[in-house]
Structures are given as C-alpha cells and as structure tokens.
Ligand binder design. Structure first.
Ligand code: TXA
Ligand code: MG
Length: 350
C-alpha cells in the first residue's frame, strides 16, 4: 500500500485536502492526523473492519482499547450509555482538549474498538485539522497514537512515516504537535474518578475542579516488583521505548549529574555509543559525544513537548545507550516521569 502524505495548514486546512482524508475514513481506510497532543491513527470507530486495520498497522494487542475522537459534544450521548454530572462538568471545562473520559459504552460502539470492555474512552481534540477531519467524515474516529506499538509516540508526520509508511492509507501533515504527550485518561465509571494515565491536563488542575479525583497508584510509582491488575489494559505493555537502552537516573539533582556521567563513562569504556538527555541547568556538567538538551527544569511544558522527539532523535543518531535525568512529579512532571519510567530499561534511584 502506498501511504499518501497530505500537507495541511494546521490552523486553516484546505477543504479539498480534509475531504480527501475524510473520504478514506468513510471508505473504511486508516489516516494519521495531528492532534494537540500527538499524531493519531484514525479510522471509523463504528466500523469493525476499519478499526481492525488500526490494530494491524500498529501491531497493537487486541485487548488494548482505543480512544474515540469526536468533534461535537453531542457525540458523547451517542457513544456513552449514561453521562453523569461529573462528566458534563469535565467536558465543559476541558473540551476541546487533552482529557479523555472513560464512560459506559452504548450499543453502537463495536467491541473491537473498546478491546472487549463495556466502557468507552472519548475525547474532543483541540486541533483544527483533527476537528475538521471528524466533522467531514461524519463519524466518530477511533485513534491510538500513530506509532508502532511500544515505540515513542509520534509528534511529527516524519515520526509517523518512519513507523507506518506503507501500512496506512494517508498522513495529514500539520507540523509538530503542541503538547507532545498524550491526553490524561480519567475513569468516570469508578467512584472516586481515577486518573488511569497522566497527560496534558495535570492532576493538580483536575483536583482543583473536583477534589475527589484520585490518581491510580501505578501512574506515579515505579512498578518494580509490584504486581497490580492492569485496569487500563494499555498499562501492562512496555511503552514509549526507544531502540537504544534507556537508563533513567532519579534523585537529588546534584548527585544525579555525577551518577549519569559515571554511567556514561563506563558505557563508553564498554565500546557503547552514549547519548545523554540533559536540561539547560545541567548541560555544562556533562562530557559526552552526544548531548541533547530537552528544555529547562523550570519549564516542563517544553520538556514534555520535546520528550518523544528527543528519544527518536537519539535513536536516529545511532546511540546504544540513552541516559536521562528524572524530574519531580509536580504538574506535567508526573506525565513526563510516567512516560520515562515506562520507557526505561533501568531506573537508578539515588
Ligand atoms: O492524546 C491522546 O490520547 C492520543 C491522541 C491521538 O488522541 N491518543 C492516545 O491513544 O494516546 P492510545 O491508544 O495510544 O492510548 C489510549 C490509552 C491506552 O492506555 C488505553 O489502554 C486506554 O487509553 N483506554 C482506552 N479505552 C479505555 C477503556 N475503555 N478503559 C480503560 N482504558 C482505556
Ligand atoms: Mg499510544
């Protein structure tokens, strides 16, 4: 299959281009498109044959459910069995935006879309290209991140091409995504509501709206030795991982830099090519062949935006080992650390 690359203006996409992509969705094909978080791989959420193609293209396990994307709020009432006041409050506040709600599914949602669950994940993305595509296709669009399962999520059309060229019908290229990490997934079928995956909307923000919201413990902690039943099926698989071995070093900032340099030196001695992910504050402390500054420790939005791009870029540079600094868990730090810990082969805590 040849993958068509369709370049679009992210703020004012041309109608004919959106139309071409929407037609593919209507015909039961798969199209990658930008959202404000990461690129999604979309198909008609209500067409089991089309959704099946998403799983095939990504190599995604069948029990890992997809997020259904809508352009208008009325879509929720069609896809969900019941919409509580809590759900209304969160939708009004955060949609369009990086918040995914888990609700009881209605009968129209096929089992394949929800990985066999009786709940459905729904979100309204905050991106003109995504919203135009959904409106033009006139169906809800199921879309996981547009990468091969297990690799870092795609934040540019180039990342999608690298993973999925020849496996999908088309890519709408609307440039790099603004947030760079996925949406926050919140389960509203549990009491209290539980965050299953931290993301673009922070825990603190959500708790300021609703004090009863809890964080699923495994989101914040290292899962070393702790076995819990995976409530969000996606959580049991290795995720976001670069090809290189990833070592994450967490702890007091001053000690961390020294430890990272030691690991880097030892790896180099072993004949390995090393890449260090540093911050603006720490960059001067390192001596390494490949040093990538991901942002400032005081600006986690930039760190989040650069995270997946940085992992992919270091793979492209052909490093064997990537060593990264940890961050605190305040604000977007929680989400950045969730991704880094899941991607890491080894977490060093000092
Ligand atoms: O920002 C995002 O959320 C991006 C863009 C494309 O919208 N999408 C995305 O999809 O990250 P994906 O498939 O890579 O991650 C969806 C997560 C998975 O961890 C999945 O297990 C969980 O949401 N999920 C989906 N439906 C669920 C359900 N019914 N119950 C529990 N977890 C669910
Ligand atoms: Mg994903």
């Amino acid at each position: 299959m040849e993958t068509r690359l369709i370049k679009v203006n992210p703020r004012q996409p041309r109608r004919d281009k959106i139309h071409a992509a929407a037609e593919i969705i209507e015909r039961g094909g798969v199209v990658a498109f930008p959202t404000e978080t990461v690129y999604g791989l979309g198909a008609n959420a209500l067409n089991p044959g089309a959704v099946e193609k998403i799983f095939e293209a990504k190599g995604r396990p069948a029990d890992n459910p997809l997020i259904v994307h809508i352009a208008r709020k009325k879509g929720v009432y069609e896809l969900a069995e019941e919409v509580s006041d809590k759900a209304e409050e969160l939708m009004d506040r955060y949609w369009p935006g990086p918040l995914t709600l888990i609700l009881r599914k209605s009968e129209i949602v096929p089992e394949i879309t929800t990985g066999g669950l009786d709940t459905v994940a729904i979100r309204m993305p905050d991106h003109c290209v995504a919203l135009s595509l959904i409106s033009e296709a006139k169906v809800p669009i199921a879309a996981p991140s547009a990468n091969i399962s297990g690799t870092p999520s795609p934040t540019t059309a180039k990342h999608v091409m690298k993973d999925l060229n020849g496996r999908i019908d088309a890519i709408l290229d609307g440039g790099p995504t603004r947030i760079g990490v996925e949406s926050t997934v919140i389960d509203l079928t549990s009491d209290p509501p539980t965050i299953l995956r931290p993301g673009g909307v922070t825990l603190e923000e959500l708790q300021s709206v609703r004090g009863d919201i809890e964080l699923r413990p495994t989101c914040a902690k290292i899962r070393k030795g702790v076995k819990m039943k995976a409530r969000s099926p996606g959580m049991k698989y290795r995720h976001y991982a670069p090809e290189a071995e990833l070592i994450l070093v967490e702890g007091d900032f001053n000690v961390v830099a020294r430890e990272i340099q030691e690991i880097a030196d030892a790896s180099k001695k072993d004949g390995k090519r090393v890449g260090i992910i540093a911050t603006e504050e720490s960059a001067v402390r390192y001596k390494a062949e490949i040093l990538k500054v991901i942002g400032s420790r005081n600006d986690l939005a930039t760190v989040a935006r650069n995270l997946f791009e940085t992992l992919r870029m270091l793979d492209e540079r052909g490093v064997d080992v990537i060593i990264a600094e940890g961050f605190g868990s305040k604000g977007l730090g929680l989400c950045v650390m969730d991704r880094l810990r899941k991607a890491a082969d080894r977490v060093v805590q000092i």
